[in-house]
Design a protein around this ligand. Structure first.
Ligand code: HEC
Ligand code: HEC
Length: 253
């Protein structure tokens, strides 16, 4: 499975005549498409390509005997059942994908979905995208931005795609950029690695580590705007798909 991840920007989600998913937000097209790859890797052997290979179970219907809301569905997949469904320890990206896919299996058409390529994405990550100027994977790259070695396990495909075109919209609170002025006037701009009531650890723009006591600070400001550039228009939709396929393959160890 590695190397080929399907995704699309414009996939239509549950059509008017289909069952309306009991969920507040529409599922991101990339989550549905990524979920299709998880299904092909882990579920198709028992449930079949049409989702109807097990008697009494029709996954394509989008509604389930054992689950009404998505949280039930996740719990069922995580725990399995005594009637023969194995338990699956899926990471956050895989779970978001499989749920989105199961809810939209009836409307999903693999033929209309573009292909993101993991190897091409890695090339863009290291080359044209210059992501390693700020990010680190395993032992290589910079510490200015967060380490991305396991980003494909902790964030969904939809959220990662939005990170690339609108970083501020997906920024985790701990990753917000900070500016600190110490009592002796030194200015430090960077990112928090750790924070508790009394102290602060910051990695600055030049990858230098600072351990600070809050009582020694004159100023401490946290910004809500991501310092990461948006890649909208800088990378084509296909290139963003390739980078996304690569990010989704980064599942740590
Ligand atoms: C080893 C065979 C097997 C595999 C692999 C498998 N399943 Fe199942 N699954 C079953 C069986 C058998 C049932 C019916 C058991 C029951 O209803 O308790 C079932 C039931 C389900 C149901 C409940 C359907 C309903 O109407 O409530 C869901 C949802 C489901 N599976 C999802 C998945 C997903 C997602 C995967 C892959 C991550 C998967 N299954 C992989 C055998 C399997
Ligand atoms: C100029 C520095 C810079 C460059 C270049 C950059 N980023 Fe970032 N990136 C950051 C910073 C700083 C953050 C933390 C703030 C945030 O989450 O928006 C971040 C956050 C992220 C996150 C979210 C991480 C998390 O833990 O939630 C992802 C994913 C990401 N970047 C991917 C990329 C990719 C892929 C590229 C190249 C196409 C890239 N970045 C290029 C600085 C950069």
């Amino acid at each position: 499975m590695r190397g080929m991840v399907f995704w699309t920007i414009s996939l239509t989600v549950a059509s008017a005549q289909g069952p309306v998913p009991p969920h507040d937000n529409p599922y991101a097209g990339v989550d549905i498409a990524y979920g299709a790859t998880v299904y092909a890797a882990k579920c198709v052997t028992c449930h079949g390509a049409q989702g109807d290979a097990i008697g009494g179970v029709n996954l394509r219907s989008g509604t389930f005997r054992n689950a009404v809301i998505d949280r039930d569905l996740e719990r069922f997949i995580r725990n399995g059942s005594t009637a023969g469904m194995p338990a699956f320890a899926l990471d956050a990206a895989d779970m978001a994908g499989i749920v989105a896919y199961l809810r939209n299996m009836n409307a999903f058409d693999a033929a209309t979905v573009k292909t993101g390529d993991e190897a091409r994405g890695r090339g863009i990550f290291l080359g044209k995208g210059a992501c390693t100027e700020c990010h680190r994977i395993d032992l290589g790259g910079s510490r200015v931005g967060p380490n991305l070695s396991d980003i494909g396990a902790v964030r969904s495909a939809g959220s990662l795609q939005r990170s690339l075109v609108d970083p501020t919209s997906q920024m985790m609170p701990i990753n917000r950029p900070v500016r600190v002025v110490t009592k002796d006037g030194a200015i430090i701009n960077g990112r928090r690695l750790n924070e508790d009531t009394y102290s602060l650890q910051i990695i600055d723009d030049h990858e230098r580590l600072h351990s600070l006591v809050k009582a020694d600070l004159r100023e401490f400001t946290i910004s809500k705007t991501s310092p990461m550039p948006s890649y909208k228009g800088k990378l084509s939709d296909d290139e963003i798909g390739d980078v996304l396929a690569y990010l989704l393959s980064l599942k740590g160890r």
